[in-house]
Write a protein that binds this ligand. Structure first.
Ligand code: HEM
Length: 422
């Protein structure tokens, strides 16, 4: 559904040209709803913050290091990609097909996890799921096994807590233990990043060692507190350690799973189309330096050049369109005054409404034969057709709550068709 957040606070809004028109009569915005406040490490984070002001203040602290321009010029990302792709991923792929069968989903989770963790904490402080098979299997099974129980704390947190007090555990105890283990693992990486920052062991000679996101948020929180309380020395930030860990855990969870799922669909779709693989391979061959394995230099082409490849971009967009990694409802709540959403008028305040990429991406007027994976559609239709498709594309959401990691996701996933190394 269309972008709500940028229009917040206006008296009467009618969005024309956007997929679904939205009218709000009154001053209140449509707000995000998320009931579970202390989502990770008993501490809130950006995603769980429903109020707009603190949410956007937090987002401003980190959005710069996830921006396209930052990622394009970042010294850290090429260094991270080089190690992950040449030293860890390609040897695994090389070995497959001889005697080893690969679980592609698991491998993609591993690569996306290592990638995001390296950017959050620095490569030496992050995970090495690609090479540490047992650890990754244990972690992924911990992470996935809890999912059957997320409904209760997310949708009915008060009832869940009350039932627990009455001795009725709707979420079994082992789920708490799994959560604690995952949190402890994240806290360990935060501690390692702290040590790197304190000892300056991650210097400019080793850009891959820098804990880009952790350091950025730590400094921004420190600046924030010193601005609001100008006492000397400034008071300690309450639970800063847990707050940082909660945010990092959210990014690594949001980042690895969505990107891993996307890559797996991409691999699946490409695997059925040898002709398209050949076309993509030719496009990749236009890059300089070319991706060769084994390689003496182990240099990768620039992200800017990768982003400019039309077929690769079309393949990513079409994969995210047909198989959005977050296909289901993004919950929002209507304001106190009556709201119109599409053909539904006079929706009272406090009603939960959902927007979902799955349905928007299946509008046959914009995406003919919507169930067919056809990347070429993104190369057709000129500017006007392209604009309509982009307007209906909602894999990363929109407005103030739009995915903060969307550029990072496009970066990570665009590196991976290197499976088709040349
Ligand atoms: C293909 C990959 C990805 C997809 C499809 C995706 C999708 C989304 C969507 C739809 C939302 C909006 C949720 C809402 O409206 O409530 C979102 C939010 C978010 N995503 Fe992603 N995401 C991806 C990758 C990443 C990565 C790599 C990161 C790592 C930083 C990330 C971090 C986040 C965070 C922190 C939020 C919350 C933003 C906020 O509260 O303002 N995502 N993502």
């Amino acid at each position: 559904m269309a972008a709500y957040e940028p229009y917040m606070g206006e008296a009467s809004i009618s969005l024309t040209g956007t997929p679904i028109s939205l009218t709000i009569t009154g001053k209140d915005p449509i707000r995000k709803i998320f009931l579970q406040k202390l989502i990770n490490c008993r501490s809130p984070n950006m995603f769980s913050t429903t109020l707009s002001k603190p949410h956007s203040a937090r987002k401003r602290m980190i959005s710069n290091i996830y921006s396209k321009s930052y990622l394009h010029s970042s010294p850290q990302l090429p260094a991270i990609s080089q190690t992950l792709i040449y030293d860890r991923l390609l040897p695994i792929i090389q070995s497959a097909g001889k005697s080893i069968v690969l679980d592609v989903l698991e491998l993609n989770f591993a690569v996306t996890m290592d990638f995001i963790n390296a950017y959050l904490f620095g490569l030496p402080n992050g995970s090495n799921f690609l090479q540490e098979e047992e650890i990754r299997r244990h972690w992924l099974s911990l992470y996935q096994s809890r999912k059957y129980y997320t409904f209760w704390p997310q949708e009915l947190p008060n009832l869940t807590a009350w039932l627990a007090k009455m001795g009725i555990l709707v979420v079994p105890k082992w789920v708490d233990s799994a959560n604690e283990e995952i949190e402890a693992w994240c806290l360990e990486m935060c501690d390692a990043a702290e040590i790197s920052i304190a000892t300056s062991s991650a210097d400019e000679q080793n850009p891959e060692s820098q804990s880009v996101v952790y350091k950025q948020l730590k400094n921004a929180l420190a600046n924030d507190i010193s601005k609001s309380a100008p006492t000397v020395p400034p008071p300690p930030i309450p639970n800063q350690h847990l707050l940082l860990a909660s945010e990092m855990l959210d990014h690594l969870a949001a980042g690895h799973e969505t990107s891993g799922i996307t890559l797996t669909y991409l691999t699946h779709e490409l695997s059925q189309r040898p002709h398209l693989q050949a076309q993509l391979r030719s496009e990749l061959l236009t890059l300089l330096p070319p991706l060769l394995y084994p390689s003496d230099t182990q240099m990768l082409p620039s992200q800017k050049d990768l982003d400019a490849l039309p077929l690769l971009h079309a393949i990513l967009m079409e994969t995210l369109r047909l198989h959005p990694a977050l296909p289901g409802g993004q919950p929002r709540i209507t304001p106190r005054t009556p709201t119109t959403l599409g053909k539904f008028t006079d929706i009272p305040g406090g009603v939960r409404v959902n927007a979902q990429a799955y349905s928007l991406h299946r509008n046959a007027d914009v995406f003919p034969e919507p169930e067919v994976w056809r990347p070429e559609r993104w190369l057709e239709g000129g500017k006007e057709g392209g604009d309509a498709k982009n307007r209906w594309f909602w894999a990363f959401g929109s407005g103030g709550r739009r995915c903060v990691g969307s550029n990072f996701a496009m970066h990570g996933t665009s590196n991976l068709p290197f499976y088709l190394r040349t």
